[in-house]
Design a protein around this ligand. Sequence first.
Ligand code: NAD
Ligand code: IPM
Ligand code: MN
Length: 349
Amino acid sequence: MDNTVRIALIPGDGVGYEVMAEARPCLEWAQNRGRAVETIELPYGADHFLATGETLPETAFLHIRDRCDAILFGAVGDPRVPDGRHAEEILLRLRQDLQLTVNFRPCRTPCPTPYPGMENRTPSVDIEVFRENTEGPYCLQGSTEPGRAVDLAIHTESAVHRLLSAAFRRAEATGHPLVLAHKANVLKHGHGLWMRVFEALRREHPQVAARGMHADALLCALVQDPTAFRILAADNYLGDLISDLCAAYIGGMGVAPSLSWAPHRPFRCTALAEPVHGSAPDIAGQGLANPTGMLLGTALLFRHLAWEPEAEALERAVARALSEGARTRDLGGTLSTKAMGQAIRDQLP
Ligand code: NAD
Ligand code: IPM
Ligand code: MN
């Protein structure tokens, strides 16, 4: 049987291209270690959209869904497409139509040396954010009317159950406490559903220390002492915000990774790995982007593929390179994207 892993590479826009260029050699490294992997590079992003009018053509979507095992994604977003239509039709569509419900965003201080400007902050944060990835107000249903605008937030029991089950399983496996961020005091319908599913799972997992917190109070507590939290679960919108806040504790947007996956495996393609950051138009094309988030995302992809030795080696390489002082500008250093990528790869076995 052909057990070659097929991965679609979508650099997207802006710094997406620059950080993808640093991830590609890591796939080659895994291949040289004997992993059977094939990649297909797809051009979808703002340039392609502006040149052809295509965002993500149906044939490409079906190819990814049915013939690929996973996607490695850079970032999307371009000022020339101010309504972000291509971002919706590429990234949000992939997350939604592949049912990649569980978005896992670990925020772990990657090295013991504090970054410049962060000396007074807590030295060691280790928080895993489980964000629902397909629904809530990101379901793209709404309308703009004279004097009124509507964004529908849809929450389904199946997706909420899938996301929270993954968070409970992780809490059970690690022994870490789980906190659900919600606003059920106001969002009685949507977050009311979240609370009912959460309570049912709490009864099924009596050994997990699980509690809900109002998201506003949680954010205050999180800023005051991030070490008090280990596993956080949230809907799409709150999870988006919480994951960026947690990223700030570990060095900012350039270092945080993200893996979206479909635990129920509805299609061949079950995962999308990416950095948490966007296309960073303010620094794109200048070699200033930090590739760390992308490479830690690549490590999450390796783990998803059950390539645990490669995942650990890549995470260790990032930690060692940072410990030895490798820094892009966002971390107070002078290395270019390429030099930082190389400094990390130099630490691979
Ligand atoms: P952004 O994440 O692109 O940038 C925010 C800040 O972080 C900027 O100052 C940027 O320079 C910095 N930054 C981002 N990535 C970095 C990296 N690798 N190294 C160093 N610094 C980095 O967010 P934004 O500016 O709000 O959005 C820009 C565009 O990206 C928008 O079109 C937005 O919709 C899109 N976006 C896409 C994604 C995604 O593809 N997953 C995520 C967020 C935003
Ligand atoms: C992210 C981004 C995306 C999101 C945008 C670009 C649609 O902010 O991956 O966190 O909100 O999910
Ligand atoms: Mn975001």
